[in-house]
Design a protein. Sequence first.
Length: 67
Amino acid sequence: MIDPTPAILIYLILAAIWMFQFVSFMLMDNEAFRGAYDKLIWGAAFILVFPIAPFAFMLWKHARSSY
């Protein structure tokens, strides 16, 4: 039988990353986004493509802070 513990730990870590990034996204002001609908698009991305959205958001925040 396969031990499910590593998979559960991975899911918990990913869920924690998702929640942290989603909260940091929601706390950002609307002026932090360039376009009129950027915050709405990011919100939809967090819901619809939830496995990759937090990592894309981390990259976007890093790129945004470097210029």
